[in-house]
Ligand binder design. Structure first.
Ligand SMILES: Cc1cn([C@H]2C[C@H](O)[C@@H](COP(=O)(O)OP(=O)(O)O[C@H]3O[C@H](CO)[C@@H](O)[C@H](O)[C@H]3O)O2)c(=O)[nH]c1=O
Length: 350
C-alpha cells in the first residue's frame, strides 16, 4: 500500500523540518501537511517543497472532525504524524483552555477519525510527537526516562500529558497502532521568536531587552531541530508499536548561560564590541510555576534505533544565528501584526 502520511502542524517549527525531510527523502510517499496556520504556522517555512509532486497542503482545524474525515478520504491517509499543538508555556498560563482545545480535544478528534477510517489497524501508525515536560521538573540530579511517572506542572504540559494518555488509551482499548516520542527543547531555523533562543537573537539584533525569567538558573536540554526530525523519521520507520522513546541532546544549559552565549556570538557576527549585547540582559518576574530543570535520558532511542544527535551545540547555535540573520524578511514577517501586541503583553509590562 502506498503511504499517504498526514503530518499535522507541518507549517510550524518542528513540523516544517519533518515535512521537508519526508518529502525529500521519500518521493514514493504522499505527504499531506495539515495545518490551521495560526500565529506559529507559516507556509514560507515550506517553500523548498511546496511544488514537489508528493506534497499537498490542507488548511484544516483539528477541532473540526468533519474536515478531518474529508482529508482522510480525499488523500486515503495511511498514517499520522501528529505535531499540531499549542506549544508555548507562557501562553498556556494566560489561556489554558486554548491548550485543552487544540492539544487534548484536537488529538482525540484525530484519533477518532483515524480509528473510524482505518480498517486493519496493523497496517497503520498513529505517531504522537510530545514533550519531556510531561515528566515534570527535576532538581539538580537525575534524568527523565521512558518509565518516569508523568507529573506535568504547567497547563501546557498537562495538556500534552493528557493527549499522550489518550493515545495510549486508544492503543489499549481499540488496538490502534501508536508510538509516542517525548523530546527536549528544540532550537534551529524557523522557530517563532517567542521562544527563548529566537527571541534573544531577534532582540539582540534590534537592541531590545533580553528578558531572563527569575535568576536565569533554570536548566533545559537543547536539541537541534533537524536532529529531532531525524529521530521522528527513525521512530516512524523502526520504532516498536506501543512504545515511547525519549529524544534529547544530553546538552543541559542554564538559561542565563544560553543568553550570554548568544550575546557573545552575536557581538562577533554583528561586529559589535565584546560584551555590548550582554548589557541588554534584563531580569524579569519569573514564569509562574517555572519548572527548574528538564534532563532527558535518550539512551533507549540510541541503543535500539541507533539515533544520535548529529550536531554539537555550538555548531548548531552558530548555524541558527546565521539563519535568522540571513532570513531577515522571514523574521520581519512573523514579527509584524500580532507579535507586537503579544510582546507588549508578555514582556514590556512585566
Ligand atoms: C521565552 C523566554 C523563556 N525564558 C526561559 C523559560 C525556560 O526556562 C527557558 C526556555 O523557555 P521557552 O523557550 O519558552 O521553552 P520551554 O518553556 O522550556 O518549553 C519548550 O520546550 C519544551 C520541551 O522541553 C516544548 O515542549 C515546548 O513546546 C517549548 O516551548 O527560558 C526566559 O528566561 N525568558 C524568555 O523570554
Amino acid at each position: 500500500m502506498k503511504k499517504s502520511i498526514l503530518i499535522t502542524g507541518g507549517a510550524g517549527f518542528i513540523g516544517c523540518h519533518v515535512v521537508r525531510l519526508f518529502v525529500e527523502k521519500y518521493p514514493d510517499y504522499n505527504i499531506i501537511n495539515l495545518d490551521l496556520l495560526t500565529y506559529a504556522g507559516n507556509l514560507e517555512n515550506l517553500k523548498e517543497v511546496e511544488n514537489a509532486p508528493n506534497y499537498r497542503f490542507e488548511r484544516v482545524d483539528i477541532l473540526k472532525e468533519e474536515d478531518l474525515k474529508f482529508v482522510f478520504e480525499k488523500h486515503n491517509v495511511t498514517d499520522v504524524i501528529h505535531l499540531a499543538a499549542e506549544s508555548h508555556v507562557d501562553r498556556s498560563i494566560t489561556d489554558p483552555l486554548a491548550f485543552v482545545r487544540t492539544n487534548v480535544i484536537g488529538t482525540v478528534n484525530l484519533l477518532n477519525v483515524a480509528k473510524a477510517y482505518w480498517k486493519n489497524y496493523d497496517d497503520h501508525l498513529f505517531y504522537h510527537v510530545s514533550t519531556d515536560e510531561v515528566y515534570g521538573s527535576l532538581e539538580d540530579g537525575g534524568f527523565f526516562t521512558e518509565t518516569t511517572p508523568y507529573d506535568p506542572q504547567s497547563p501546557y504540559s498537562a495538556s500534552k500529558a493528557s493527549s499522550d494518555h489518550f493515545v495510549r488509551a486508544y492503543a489499549n482499548t481499540y488496538k490502534l497502532k501508536t508510538v509516542i516520542t517525548n523530546c527536549s527543547n528544540n532550537y534551529g531555523a524557523n522557530q517563532f521568536p517567542e521562544k527563548l533562543i529566537p527571541l534573544c537573537i531577534h532582540n539582540i539584533k534590534n537592541n531590545r531587552p533580553l528578558p531572563v525569567y527569575g535568576k536565569g538558573e533554570n536548566i533545559r536540554d537543547w536539541l537541534y531541530v533537524v536532529d529531532h526530525a531525524r529521530a521522528i523519521d527513525m521512530v516512524f520507520h523502526e520504532g516498536k508499536p506501543g512504545e515511547t522513546y525519549n529524544v534529547g541532546g544530553f546538552n543541559e544549559w542554564k538559561n542565563i548561560d544560553i543568553v550570554k552565549l548568544l550575546c557573545q556570538k552575536m557581538d562577533e557576527k554583528l561586529g559589535r564590541e565584546a560584551g555590548s549585547s550582554e548589557k541588554l540582559i534584563t531580569y524579569v518576574t519569573d514564569r509562574a510555576g517555572h519548572d527548574h530543570r528538564y534532563a532527558i535520558d535518550a539512551t533507549k532511542i540510541q541503543r535500539e534505533l541507533g539515533w544520535e544527535p548529529s550536531l554539537q551545540f555550538e555548531e548548531g547555535i552558530t548555524k541558527t544565528i546565521d539563519w535568522y540573520l540571513e532570513n531577515e524578511e522571514w523574521l520581519n514577517n512573523v514579527t509584524s501584526g500580532d507579535y507586537q501586541k503579544y510582546y507588549e503583553l508578555h514582556y514590556d509590562n512585566r
